[in-house]
Ligand binder design. Sequence first.
Ligand SMILES: [Fe+2]
Ligand SMILES: [Fe+2]
Length: 316
Amino acid sequence: MRNIPSHPAQANTQTPSTESIDGKFTNGYLLPVRITWASDIHLEFCREDDRERFFYRLAGSPGDAILLTGDIASHNRTARMLEEMHTATGKPIYYVTGNHDFYGGAIQEVTSALDGLRARVPDIVRLDTAGPIQIARDTGLVGHGGWACGTAGSGINTNVRINDEVYIPDLRWLTKEKLFAQMRLMAKQSADHIRAVGAQAAEAYANVWIATHVPPFAESCTYDNRLSEPDYLPHFCNLLLGDVIQQLASAFPDTRFTVLCGHTHGAAFFSPAPNLRVITAAAEYRCPSIRAELDPEAEAQKAIEAWQQPPHSPAP
Ligand SMILES: [Fe+2]
Ligand SMILES: [Fe+2]
């Protein structure tokens, strides 16, 4: 029986319950939680009325909680817009940061603002600093925004440069070698986090969702329905995280792992192991949209069916 109000007006007035289903809670909300997933919404590029329309759609969506896989806005706008979104929807928000969330500010400055937001509004959860969160009877959610590791495709020999090194002070004015070393370091931090919380979640749940911004496999990076070019892959892909996720999938063969990511703005579906599927969200600048309404229990069933699918197929 589902006890969580699904209508936004009800959700706005919802107070954390002291009762439980099977004795389980997540952030005080009864389980199971349905999730509205959006990625790369880039609210920094939206006019105020477009932003408000998007919040209205989120409020009216069936999801009991919102999951954002990075590139929410930029610099101090990210914290402000997360808070506005929470106020407008009344729904808990689980999110990871993307590279654009640091545009215009030092990484430490932005993360401090986001930590301050979590302290003020406990319902806005940055997964990068959280342990596994139970979102259904048998499903745990973990996450980390991560970073492109710089080694996929052409690696450091790529001729493509992206705006990270222009707009993120920590990455500005670095030599190419130092830039790629820093990218690798940040990518490794996300891989280390997922190694720890992913194993914890896999011990506890039959289904583990991993939210991240940067796709962990080259096959998850597409543009115009084609796999991304080798020169773009160093900036599009976090292979260090991919290695860790594959290790988790083989260490826990009875656990089904679902990775939700974004960053490339191209839809993709990739299943590198029978118990592992990776879904990359399509996105368009100035058109923030809901990528999917996910019911963890229905998704668990789909994950079982995905075992039968070929290893790489077009986006669902
Ligand atoms: Fe993006
Ligand atoms: Fe991104």
